[in-house]
Design a protein around this ligand. Structure first.
Ligand SMILES: Cc1ncc(COP(=O)(O)O)c(C=O)c1O
Length: 462
C-alpha cells in the first residue's frame, strides 16, 4: 500500500486510528467526541495533519527527536540503500554502517571508546545499569551494586528505568520497582531546597555525597544523571555542580553515567550536553537525535576501562557482557545516524543551535518581562523552558491546566509546543521548547508570537 498521503483516504485513516490505535501518554475518552491527530507529512520544521492543517513543530516530533528536521531525503536514501544491501544481522557480528558510525561518534567524544547498539533510550540505559551490576558482581562480590539517580530526572519507560526515575507521577501505579536504585536531590536553583544561597551548585552536588555516605560508599556503583534535566522541567545545572559531581564520583569509585538521550547530538549547541561542563563520564547513553527519528537506534558508549572489565578474563565463561538487543543489529539505525551526523556537520548546525538558542532565550526573557506568570526562564541551546507560577514571590506553581491550555491555544494557532505533564505532584508547570537544530529567527519569532498570544489570552497580568 502506498504511503503517499494524497493517495489514501485520510478520513478513513483517522477513523481506523480512532478505532484501533492505542496512543502513548493519552487518555482515550476524549476520542469518543474528537478525532485523534494523525500526522501525515513533514518538511523542515513543519508537519501537516490528516485534516490538512500545518503546524510549526517546536518540539521536534513532540519528544525532542527530529534534530535535523523533517523530509531529509538523503537520510531516507541512505537507509534505503543500506536496507537493500544488508538490512539485518544480529550484532554479535558487525556491519558496515555500525563500524563507521562508531568511529565517527567516538571521534566526537574524547575519552570514550566503545559503542553498544540498541534501539531506544530506555534500553540504552538498561544496558548501562546491567554493566554496573555485572561489574559489582564480578569485582565487589555483588556489594557495590546500587545506582543513584536524581529527583526530577527521567531515564525511560521500562520498570527498571522507571526505578531510576525521579518523577513521582510518571512512576505512579507502576511499582513495585527494581531494588537498588536510590534518589539524590534535584539541582534546580529556582526551587532551592536551602533558600537563597550563593553556593547552590556545590550544595546540591554535596547532597550526592551525603546520600553515598548514608548508603555506604562500598554499596554504590554508579551515578546516573541527565546533563540538563529534560522532561523534569528543563533544569540547567547550577554553577560548580558538575565539577563537584565529578570529584565525588572519583572519590567514592562511582561510575558516572550521563544520560544524553535528549541532549545528545547537538541539542544544546555541543555534540553532547556534558561537554559544556568539562566532565569526563564513564558511560554515556543516547537515542532520540542520533538518527533524528529516521530509524530507531540508541547507543551505550563506554570508556575502554569499563569495556576492559568484560574481556580481561577469557577463561571466565560468565565474564563477558552477556546482553543482546535483537534490533540493535538493524543496519538502518547506524546508516541513518551517519547521514544525520554528516548533516549536522555540513550545515554547521551546532553553531546555529548556539546562536538561535541565545536568541530564543532572549525572546523568552522578553515574555517574562511582559507576563508575571512566568517565574523562571531556563535553557541551553535549542532546549529551553519556562516555569509558570501563581506568584513570583512565593513561586507557587500554577495548576497543570494552565500549561495544558497554553499548549492547546498554540496548537490551534498552528504551533506545537511541549509542557511537563503528569510528572510531579505539583510541579507540572513548565513549558518546554526544543525546535529542530535548523530553526531560523523567523521560526522562533513565530513561536514567540504564538506564546505571546496564548499568554495574553490565558494569563494576562492581573
Ligand atoms: C533523558 C531521557 N532518557 C531516556 C529516555 C527514554 O527514551 P526512550 O523513550 O527512547 O526509551 C527519555 C525519553 O524521553 C529521556 O528523556
Amino acid at each position: 500500500m502506498t504511503q503517499n498521503p494524497q493517495a489514501v483516504d485520510l478520513a478513513q485513516i483517522v477513523a481506523e486510528d480512532r478505532q484501533h490505535v492505542w496512543h502513548h501518554l493519552t487518555q482515550h475518552k476524549s476520542f469518543e467526541d474528537n478525532d485523534p491527530m494523525v500526522i501525515v507529512s513533514g518538511e523542515g520544521m513543519r508537519v501537516k495533519d490528516a485534516k490538512g492543517k500545518e503546524y510549526l513543530d517546536c518540539v521536534s516530533g513532540a519528544v525532542w527527536t527530529v534534530n535535523v528536521g523533517y523530509g531529509r531525503e538523503s537520510i531516507a536514501n541512505a537507509v534505503r540503500d543500506q536496507l537493500v544491501t544488508m538490512n539485518y544481522f544480529a550484532n554479535s557480528a558487525g556491519n558496515i554502517p555500525g563500524a563507521l558510525f562508531a568511529k565517527k561518534l567516538i571521534d566526537k567524544m574524547p575519552g570514550m571508546s566503545r559503542v553498544y547498539y540498541s534501539n531506544s533510550g530506555s534500553e540504552a540505559n538498561e544496558k548501562a545499569f546491567k554493566i554496573v551490576r555485572q561489574i559489582a558482581e564480578r569485582k565487589y562480590g555483588g556489594k557495590k551494586h546500587k545506582i543513584l539517580y536524581r529527583e526530577r530526572d527521567y531515564h525511560g519507560t521500562t520498570i527498571t528505568t522507571l526505578s531510576a526515575t525521579g518523577q513521582f507521577e510518571r512512576k505512579g501505579q507502576y511499582g513495585p520497582f527494581t531494588p537498588g536504585f536510590v534518589e539524590v536531590p534535584h539541582c534546580c536553583e529556582y526551587r532551592s531546597q536551602w533558600g537563597d544561597v550563593d553556593d547552590y551548585g556545590l550544595r546540591a552536588a554535596n547532597e550526592i555525597e551525603r546520600v553515598i555516605l548514608q548508603e555506604g560508599p562500598d554499596t554504590v556503583g554508579a551515578l546516573c544523571l541527565e546533563p540538563i534535566t529534560a522532561g523534569g522541567g528543563v533544569i540547567t545545572p547550577p554553577q560548580g555542580y558538575w565539577e563537584r559531581v565529578q570529584e565525588i564520583c572519583k572519590q567514592y569509585g562511582l561510575l558516572l553515567h550521563i544520560d544524553e538521550v535528549v541532549c545528545g547530538l547537538g541539542r544544546t549547541g555541543s555534540w553532547f550536553g556534558y561537554q559544556h561542563y568539562g566532565v569526563q563520564p564513564d558511560m554515556v547513553t543516547m537515542a532520540k537525535g542520533v538518527a533524528s527519528g529516521y530509524a530507531a537506534i540508541s547507543c551505550t558508549v563506554t570508556t575502554e576501562a569499563v569495556f576492559e572489565q568484560f574481556k580481561d578474563n577469557a577463561g571466565d565463561r560468565m565474564g563477558y557482557f552477556r546482553d543482546i538487543s535483537t534490533f540493535g543489529g538493524c543496519a538502518a539505525g547506524p546508516a541513518a545516524a551517519l547521514e544525520n551526523m554528516r548533516i549536522i556537520e555540513e550545515e554547521n548546525l551546532l553553531e546555529n543551535v548556539t546562536e538561535m538558542g541565545e536568541y530564543l532565550l532572549g525572546r523568552l526573557n522578553e515574555l517574562k518581562d511582559k507576563y508575571q506568570v512566568i517565574g523562571d526562564v531556563r535553557g541551553k541551546g535549542l532546549f529551553c523552558g519556562f516555569e509558570l507560577v501563581k506568584d513570583r514571590q512565593t513561586k507557587e506553581p500554577v495548576d497543570e491546566s494552565l500549561p495544558t491550555a497554553i499548549a492547546a491555544d498554540c496548537m490551534r494557532n498552528g504551533v506545537i509546543i511541549g509542557r511537563t505533564n503528569r510528572s510531579f505532584r505539583d510541579l507540572n508547570n513548565t513549558i518546554c521548547l526544543a525546535p529542530a537544530l535548523i530553526a531560523t529567527r523567523a521560526d522562533l519569532d513565530e513561536l514567540v508570537e504564538a506564546l505571546d498570544g496564548a499568554l495574553g489570552r490565558l494569563a494576562p497580568n492581573s
